[in-house]
Ligand binder design. Structure first.
Ligand code: SAM
Length: 270
């Protein structure tokens, strides 16, 4: 995992995150809100970021804890929570922490890692440690739900992916700045299953000054059976594997891999 000073969301991305239509319109919000409703209990979101999913989950009635490594992302989430009714704010708690190593002294019906947060954990030890922490924080029979992208083979090696790809058309910010965003792979690390990914933000200030700001970070990719093995090693039972947020079955052309895993019931002592 990157150290705090290297955290991508700490430097540039947090500032623009909620203005990227690709994120704002992502179809995962309804999926995670439904999972929270079905859980009928407290929710823990790991890598909650700006609350894009955490806040709608609380609006739908859940009590929720959001944990994130990035102070900048949590600050955005706090700002948004201030605009919510006091009753809702009392049901949401934010914690700064590492999803691979945390102890909250509380149990949940549902633990989620929405929008690829698990892919920030590069090493197997961190991945196992995260899943074990999720396991410890779940009530018996509770669920862990998380998603990652379904790997496109060409994205692991094709030089075409090193070209900047426009992912956000020019947007106007409330303070008059305008920005657009691109992303590209800057290095392939196939033996260790990660790409170095650069996000570039092109900002135009109201006085006409322009800037190119970048955040680059390593992003791990996983294969289906690898994740199934990680879950088995940490005491989870795979309940469902979806290929998209409409709950369609995982298939060759699925864009996502969405895992729903259950904590096995704990044996009663004696
Ligand atoms: C793509 S964002 C997703 C945010 C939010 N869940 C959403 O769906 O909009 C990934 C988040 O994971 C957080 N993150 C990355 N590594 C982390 C770690 N080791 N522990 C906790 N949070 C982490 C980042 O700071 C970022 O806010």
């Amino acid at each position: 995992m990157a150290t705090k000073s290297e955290q991508p969301y700490e430097r540039v991305l947090a500032e623009y995150y909620d203005h990227v239509p690709l994120y704002a319109n992502r179809a995962d919000v309804g999926f995670y809100v439904d999972a929270a409703r079905e859980a009928k209990g407290k929710i823990l979101e790991l890598g909650c970021g700006t609350g894009r999913i955490l806040i709608p989950t609380a609006v739908a009635g859940s009590n929720a804890v959001g944990l994130d490594f990035s102070e900048a992302m949590l600050a955005k989430c706090r700002e948004k929570l201030k605009r919510q009714p006091a009753e809702l704010r009392q049901r949401v708690r934010l914690v700064q922490g590492n999803m691979a190593d945390f102890e909250l002294d509380e149990k949940f019906r549902l633990v989620t890692i929405p929008f690829r947060g698990f892919q920030h954990l590069l090493r197997v030890e961190e991945q196992l440690s995260c899943l074990r922490a999720a396991q410890r924080h779940l009530e018996s029979g509770g669920r862990l739900v998380f998603d990652m992208f379904h790997v496109l083979p060409e994205a692991m090696h094709d030089p075409e992916w090193t070209r900047e790809r426009e992912d956000t058309p020019e947007m106007q910010l409330p303070d008059g700045r305008r920005f657009r965003r691109t992303h590209r792979v800057t290095a392939f690390h196939r033996a260790e299953q990660y790409n170095e990914v650069e996000f570039a933000i092109y900002v135009t200030h109201p006085d006409g000054r322009t800037e190119r700001l970048t955040d680059t970070f390593p992003f791990r990719y996983f294969f289906r059976y690898e994740v199934e093995h990680l879950l088995a090693r940490t005491g989870f039972r795979l309940a469902s594997l979806y290929g998209n947020f409409d709950r369609s079955a995982f298939a060759n052309d699925s864009p996502e891999m969405i895992f729903v895993a259950e904590k096995a019931s704990e044996r009663k002592a004696g």
